[in-house]
Design a protein around this ligand. Structure first.
Ligand SMILES: Cc1cc2nc3c(=O)[nH]c(=O)nc-3n(C[C@H](O)[C@H](O)[C@H](O)COP(=O)(O)O)c2cc1C
Length: 262
């Protein structure tokens, strides 16, 4: 599958096969893709703790955020707890030196002077503030996005799960104080059909993107849209016919709750 089609196929898959285990190699590929994502200052503050349903303890599974994740957490064979390690920012200077030494950043005879006298002190000054929500959460989003595309390329489905309070989960899995979970991600083989009921709704392109000025929508070329449609990045909007019946059959088979909303 080409990257464009992988992006087009990526949908939040909420119905995962609880009986089909996920190979750890496939999870590793997701993590390898996440590791290579862009990170602010190359700080690598993004981490993930993999919860493998088969081997996690009952107590650990019980603390996962079921009021939000609901049946999704119960079905998922694997749950990735994506978190930020704030202490990574304490090594910002070292990460910058690595970037200069590997030729990614800086040029000319003064590059080491600028690095030590300007860049490293700047990062050291703002390092503490950077540990909080903001830039590092953006890093986490990038990492999760790459891991998600890798999951889809391997035939897996995923869905992010939010929570207003991760403290119990952080404690149950032994994360130190410096670590902050941002999102959990369920992973497994989809019970849903490949199209998962079609492309989920989005606001119109012109409402989302501008060129040069806020009042100036980015011009959307029909030819580009046609090309991306051919390449299956842009797909038929949901709901496709038969979607309700598909979900109802899954609901009955796995005895999922009546509303089944979350
Ligand atoms: C940070 C984040 C948190 C999310 N939390 C939840 C959640 O708690 N429960 C859920 O069912 N979906 C959750 N989602 C999935 C979104 O609802 C979904 O991405 C959105 O409706 C667009 O649909 P799509 O991913 O299928 O394109 C979350 C997505 C993100 C990125």
């Amino acid at each position: 599958m080409e990257l464009r089609e992988v992006i087009g196929n990526r949908r939040s898959i909420r119905y995962l096969d609880p009986q089909r285990p996920v190979e750890l190699e496939k999870i590793q590929r997701m993590l390898e893709a996440a590791r290579l994502a862009s990170h602010f200052g190359n700080n690598n503050a993004v981490r993930a703790l993999v919860v493998h349903r088969e081997s996690a303890s009952e107590e650990q599974l019980a603390c996962l955020p079921s009021p939000v994740g609901g049946f999704q957490i119960q079905l998922a064979p694997v749950i990735l707890l994506w978190y930020v390690e704030g202490n990574a920012m304490d090594f910002a200077g070292e990460r910058l030196r690595e970037l200069v030494h590997c030729g990614a950043l800086g040029y000319g005879p003064n590059k080491l002077v600028e690095l030590e006298e300007t860049l490293v002190p700047l990062f050291n000054r703002i390092g503490e503030a950077l540990k909080g929500p903001g830039m590092v959460d953006m890093d986490l989003g990038q990492a999760v996005a790459q891991a998600t595309l890798m999951a889809f390329e391997q035939g897996l489905g995923t869905c992010c799960q939010g929570s207003a309070d991760w403290s119990k989960v952080e404690k149950a899995f032994g994360l130190p104080q410096s670590c902050r979970i941002v999102v959990a991600q369920t992973v497994g083989y989809p019970l849903e059909s490949g199209d998962a009921g079609g492309q989920r709704p989005r606001l119109p392109f012109e409402e989302l993107f501008q060129l040069n000025a806020y009042e100036n929508p980015f011009p959307r070329s029909r030819e580009v849209v046609a090309g991306l449609t051919r390449d299956k990045l842009i797909q038929t909007p949901a709901p496709l016919s038969g979607r309700d019946a598909e979900i109802e059959a899954i609901r009955r088979k796995y005895d999922l709750p009546g509303s089944g909303m979350i």
